[in-house]
Design a protein around this ligand. Structure first.
Ligand SMILES: *Cc1c(COP(=O)(O)O)cnc(C)c1O
Ligand code: SF4
Length: 353
């Protein structure tokens, strides 16, 4: 295994991960969008395979120079919903808290690719305190979602202070942490970090994973440590052309997650981030994949297929529809998972009155 995380195109060349003749062009890509890959991910990829699903996710390519007119710097409109630095408050009952903009890896399709990276901002102590005050002073906030960047890159000490501060806020019912760390840098899931995550609130971890090949033995063990610490685990996956846009890969991924006690939560349609059109599928392809899974694969393995609307209008399910109006008031026509349709009766009239 290479010993260190690779963050420069020159390092990718010297490790034989990208061809030397591409170095100059890819260095220009890296000026715009941060590059990093962990030794664990390097170990799992085959540089000789042009379709390698790990390489595609983390190694920069010239395709990132292509920007389409509908792509945006802030594809899901985080900025419009940010009342104080580090907070995104889009829905009444929950906020994102983004303590850092650093990630262990930089995914080439990242929806926040123009915000994350070493040049991105990590909250100072006083900015973090202001973000926490915002949460304290808004009793309608029921859940805090630590996002970023990757919050599990924070030191256990800093993470512990954040979790303890949130623990003391009575109106909070849940804390959620969105992270790629357990999969791509599993050694960070230490006893110290697990202790920092100990709280009386319901604390969930949502793993980001896109391909069954991402799970090293180390990742499996790190996920096991989180589960053993009593932390419920969910997952989110981005639908990516050439990585996981086929039913076999998604089935293997979601089964693998469930086998590790991780419940697939969301399958995200690709966001309109700049330079990512080569990764985006059509919505009809995503719906076709969800149809292929329904009925054929355990319900435990079915995430909700969602679109985060450009402009900050929120997430909505965009999965296939099985329901249509039938002939007559209140009647329905319902398609079953095997393709046949059936009538379904209206509700009985309300009694009394
Ligand atoms: C995705 C997101 C959430 C979480 O949405 P859920 O549907 O609860 O998982 C919350 N706030 C913002 C701003 C988001 O982008
Ligand atoms: S880990 Fe998440 S935030 Fe970080 S680069 Fe990947 S998609 Fe973006």
């Amino acid at each position: 295994m290479t010993a260190r995380r690779l963050t420069r195109v020159a390092d990718l060349v010297s490790q034989g991960l990208v061809e030397p003749e591409k170095e100059a062009a890819l260095a220009r890509v890296a000026e715009r969008f941060s590059v990093a890959i962990t030794p664990q991910m390097v170990d799992l990829l085959d540089p000789a395979d042009p379709d390698d699903p790990i390489a595609r996710q983390f190694l920069p390519t010239e395709a990132e120079f292509v920007t389409t007119p509908e792509e945006r710097g802030d594809p899901i409109g985080d900025d419009r919903c940010s009342p104080v630095k580090g907070i995104v408050h889009r829905y009444p009952d929950r906020v994102l808290l983004k303590p850092t903009h650093l990630c262990p890896v930089y995914c080439r399709f990242c929806f926040r690719r123009e915000q994350v990276g070493p040049e991105g901002q990590t909250l100072t102590e006083s900015e973090l305190e202001a973000a926490l005050s915002y949460i304290r002073s808004h009793p309608e906030i029921w859940e805090v979602i630590l996002s970023g960047g990757d919050p599990l890159l924070l030191s256990p000490r800093r993470m512990g202070r954040i979790v303890q501060s949130l623990d003391k806020i009575d109106h909070l019912g849940a804390i959620r942490i969105h992270s790629r760390v357990p999969v791509v840098d599993p050694g960070r899931i230490t006893p110290g970090l697990l202790k920092a995550l100990d709280t009386g609130k319901a604390l969930f971890v949502v793993l980001h994973a896109n391909h069954p090949q991402e799970f090293s033995e180390g990742a499996r063990q790190a996920i096991g440590r989180l589960v053993s610490a009593g932390i419920p685990l969910l997952s989110q996956t981005v639908l990516l052309r050439g990585v996981n846009d086929d039913a076999e890969t998604l089935t293997a991924l979601f089964r693998r997650l469930v086998e590790m006690r991780v419940k697939p939560y969301y399958l995200h349609h690709g966001d309109l981030a700049r330079g990512t059109s080569h990764f985006r599928t059509g919505i009809e392809e995503g719906q076709g994949l969800m149809r292929a899974l329904r009925g054929a694969v355990s319900g435990l393995c079915q995430p909700t297929y969602v679109l985060d609307l450009p402009g900050g209008h929120g997430k909505v399910p965009i999965g296939p529809n099985y329901l249509a109006r039938g002939k007559g008031p209140g009647k329905w026509r319902v398609e079953d998972p095997f393709g046949a349709t059936h009538d379904y009766p209206p509700a009985a009239p309300e009694k009394g009155g």
